[in-house]
Design a protein around this ligand. Structure first.
Ligand SMILES: [Zn+2]
Length: 373
């Protein structure tokens, strides 16, 4: 296995499709690869339905059920950074065209057959002039033609998302407000349906313990990625200093953003986070974050007998270590996925769980914030 100092980080794209990308990330460590995975899942803004006003619902599903399903419908969010504001950053009182989109769902069944109500029935409607913000902004000119529309509505090859089914005489009349958000707030904002990476396909590092009955090689076939790496010899001694440095990524989006935008924004977001951390640790940072100023006597630090405390027991070294540790544990608390640094695969089940448990405020609630803790 190669060392870490062999060069700059590398990216080799193996396959790109409309909604997925497969690439190999090299010359980075495991923590970086996992940070990238988590940032792509949880920190990239998209637009999703956040508030639902139900005027008529005579379908068999209760209002909350339909509100939740509407929230999960992916909406086209390309160039979300510039094309829409967060409501919290906007000057308006209750949503305007710069920070919100209005979608309407008006369907009724007059047929003897059961009718499918799908995301294709959602129509984007312009903001009424009396709710329009007087504040000038250039967000509207940054929007693409289908910004805020349900993904696949204008593409015959993409099947629509089924919201509910209605029978003769049943009707739905719903007004939805879509807003910008990130998946740390609610999983519906995640642009990704799956982000995963594999490393060390031959398990040379022994990060995985395989359970098997009789034959480990027969019961655990090697992945395709194993072709990229040299197989270990049977007599090869275990190298306990070896570290992984090649990561096989697979990023799949729900269509709200393209895979290229997800990866590029993920890298930019990670850079911003690290820049903020460095800034916080530099001059002036002592006021904002929990760092001891220079004039406080440095407490006795035991000799560095573990790897991460660093050789130089000065104040900055200590706190840099503890600050980064704190930040990563904070992520694992807020992110919907609980996978630790060592987990190879994102746990899709936990995404579904996060969605289900995060819950929605009652659809008819006057609250502007459509979700509750
Ligand atoms: Zn606004």
């Amino acid at each position: 296995m190669q060392g870490h100092d062999d060069g700059e980080p590398t990216v080799r794209i193996r396959e790109v499709k409309k909604d997925r990308v497969n690439f190999v990330l090299g010359n980075v460590d495991l923590a970086f690869a996992n940070s990238l995975r988590r940032v792509m899942m949880a920190d990239i803004p998209t637009v999703a339905i956040d508030m639902v006003e139900i005027e008529t619902n005579t379908s068999v599903l209760p209002d909350e059920f339909i509100a939740h399903r509407l929230g999960m419908v992916p909406l086209v969010s390309a160039n979300c950074d510039e094309a829409i504001r967060y409501t919290r950053d906007c000057v308006c009182l209750a949503g305007c065209s710069f920070c919100s989109m209005i979608l309407e769902l008006k369907v009724s069944c007059h047929d003897d057959n059961t009718m499918d109500v799908t995301s294709d029935h959602l129509e984007v409607v312009p903001f009424p002039p009396d709710e329009e913000s007087a504040d000038p902004g250039e967000e509207l000119s940054k929007r693409g033609e289908w910004f805020g529309h349900p993904v696949g509505k204008h593409d015959r090859n993409v099947p629509p998302v089924l919201i509910t089914k209605i029978r003769k005489g049943q009707e739905l009349k719903i007004r939805c407000i879509a807003k910008k958000g990130i998946a740390k707030e609610h999983a519906k904002f995640s642009p990704c349906s799956a982000v995963s990476f594999e490393y060390d396909p031959h398990n040379k590092l022994r990060h995985t313990t395989y359970w098997y009955e009789t034959d480990i090689k027969g019961e655990w076939p090697l992945s395709e990625n194993a072709k990229e790496e040299e197989a270990p010899r049977d007599d090869e001694p275990f190298n306990f200093n070896a570290k992984p440095n090649k990561f096989y990524f697979e990023v799949e989006t729900d269509g709200s953003l393209g895979p290229q935008e997800v990866v590029m924004k993920g890298l930019a977001e990670l850079q911003t986070k690290l820049a903020n951390l460095i800034l916080g640790l530099k001059i002036g940072g002592a006021d904002q974050i929990d760092i001891m100023p220079d004039d406080v006597p440095v407490p006795h630090v035991p000799p560095p007998d573990n790897a991460w405390s660093g050789g130089d027991p000065n104040t900055w070294g200590m706190h840099a270590g503890s600050a980064s540790g704190g930040s990563s544990s904070g992520w694992s608390q807020t992110s919907p996925t609980r996978g630790g640094a060592g987990s190879q695969w994102s746990n899709d089940a936990s995404w579904g769980g996060a969605t289900g448990t995060a819950g929605w405020a009652s659809a008819s609630s006057p609250q502007t914030n459509g979700w509750k803790q």
